[in-house]
Design a protein around this ligand. Structure first.
Ligand code: 4AD
Ligand code: MG
Length: 460
């Protein structure tokens, strides 16, 4: 007999004749002639209550089942007289797969997120992290659903690249050279002798390659791991994170902003419908205001605000910020959160940033000082999406590369896309972890990734 997922049992309308439950004991308590075993198999938040009576041949052993032990239980399904659950199981056979010793760290009590991070190998067995990672899975699916239903093509852009798309120099180098004793040419490391015959790194963005595919297939998206050696130990940055990057041909900045808004609304609405039970845990125990925040995102049209106006609002606000705000300053999380949380109380899309603080590929506006860039800012997180219309005019692109120190010969293939049938096109990148933070109310990025990679931390 195949095992029955507890999720299937608990959501069933009618009783299933016989069930085979396999999972882990959350708690167990004894009455005179019964043992009540709460079993969870990770398929859903709730446990199933199993009633094992003293007629079972291994009843004495069953009474020794500890929290964290694994069991296989064959039994029948009955309407539960108890509060809180519709179904319970009466055990016909209880097979003890493994008894967890008493030093199992997840005894029934609240643990701090900080402590649970030190046992990332066990934390998915807790209610909160089980729920977070189920939501992460469902939202991955929703991302594909959104773009596939619109007819976008999913493109696998390379993980190892020779370029730095964002030009920020936050690269993890990839090499097969012996770092203790690298080959030298003219006193320097000889990358001609390295694996690829040139310097290589982990990708910081699939955008450049994504653009090439958009200019062939029309509408595309990438969804994969992204790496940045940013040495900022914040609650919103990880060294390895997942990014979704759609790229649309024949699409300008206004269309780009519309897509970004529609996409976020779709994902939040999807989570509210599809992950209701798991989300409820976060609304109860993590962020009491969560459902309000999510409903605002779904129902309110996102504000569109030129960067220059954002600067003016921040300066007029009288708020004390750690970083000064002036035209040409990069907006910090404190500024973004002030706008979304305190000023507008809803998501805001800031656009037309000064070109001096943005990468070479963004399209220069007619004012010659700003570029057609946009960031989507949401409450609690700050920036969740960064995007732009791309510079499709070859000469403009070349001069921006020269200005920002990006070598033309290294990106000859990118420039070719502007030489042959260049068209206006736009795209954006959504930080997947920040989306999960937004949807769950979790405030630290380390708690929405199964095994987070941050400065100085690579355990597991
Ligand atoms: O704003 P970013 O740097 O934009 C790009 O990478 C563009 N190439 C995207 C594009 O237009 N195709 O990054 C996009 C998003 C950010 O808004 C943020 O949500 C997330 O990626 N992000 C990070 N998330 C976690 N940890 C980090 N270190 C992140 N850096 C960026
Ligand atoms: Mg950005």
């Amino acid at each position: 007999m195949k095992r029955t997922r507890i999720q299937k049992i608990l959501s069933s309308e009618t009783a299933i004749d016989e069930v085979l439950i396999k999972g882990w004991v959350r708690t167990r308590r004894d009455s005179k002639t019964f043992s009540f075993i709460e079993v969870n198999d990770g398929s859903c938040l709730n446990n199933i209550q199993v009633i094992a009576d003293d007629q079972l041949e291994n009843y004495e052993q069953i009474k020794r089942l500890t929290t964290g032990s694994s069991v296989s239980i064959y039994g029948t399904m009955h309407e539960s007289p108890g509060q809180g659950q519709k179904w319970e199981t009466h055990a016909i056979r209880v097979e003890i797969i493994h008894i967890a010793p008493d030093d199992y760290p997840l005894q029934k009590k609240r643990h701090t997120d900080e402590f649970l991070r030190t046992i990332s190998h066990l934390r998915p067995r807790t209610n909160k992290y089980g729920a977070a990672f189920r939501i992460r899975s469902r939202l991955s699916f929703a991302i594909h659903k959104y773009f596939q239903d619109l007819g976008f093509t999913y493109v696998h852009t390379p993980i190892i690249t020779g370029s730095d798309c964002e030009g920020a120099g936050e690269l993890f180098q990839v090499t097969s050279l012996d770092l203790e004793n690298p080959p030298k040419a003219n006193g320097k490391t000889d990358y001609l002798a390295d694996f690829f015959g040139k310097k290589a790194n982990l990708t910081v963005s699939g955008q450049l390659e994504g653009e090439l595919f958009a200019l062939a297939l029309g509408d595309i998206y990438t969804f994969g791991p992204t790496f940045r050696a940013e040495n900022s130990n914040t609650s919103r940055h990880a060294a390895e994170f997942w990014m979704v990057e759609p790229e649309m041909a024949f699409c300008d900045l206004a269309d780009d902003m519309d897509y970004a808004e529609d996409f976020i609304k779709f994902l939040v609405e999807f989570a509210m419908k599809d992950c209701a039970e798991d989300l409820d845990l976060f609304a109860k125990f993590v962020d009491k205001n969560l459902m309000n925040t999510l409903e605002t995102i779904v129902s309110k049209q996102f504000i569109r605000l030129p960067y220059s106006e954002a600067v003016a609002i921040l300066n007029r606000s009288g708020e004390k910020f750690n970083y000064d705000v002036f035209f040409g300053a990069d907006l910090q999380t404190e500024h973004e959160r002030f706008l979304a949380e305190n000023h507008f109380h809803q998501p805001v899309i800031i656009y037309d940033y000064p070109k001096t603080i943005k990468p070479f590929y963004m399209r220069t506006n007619d004012d010659e000082t700003t570029v057609a860039a946009m960031d989507v800012i949401v409450p609690r997180i700050g920036e969740i999406i960064g995007g732009s219309q791309r510079e499709e005019r070859l000469e403009r692109l070349e001069s921006r590369m020269d200005e920002t120190g990006v070598a033309r010969q290294d990106l000859w293939w990118y420039l070719d896309s502007r030489r042959f049938g260049s068209v206006p096109h736009s795209g954006f990148g959504l930080g997947f972890e920040r989306l999960i933070m937004l949807v769950t109310g979790i405030t630290n990025i380390r708690d929405v990734i199964p095994f987070p990679r941050t400065p100085g931390s690579i355990e597991f």
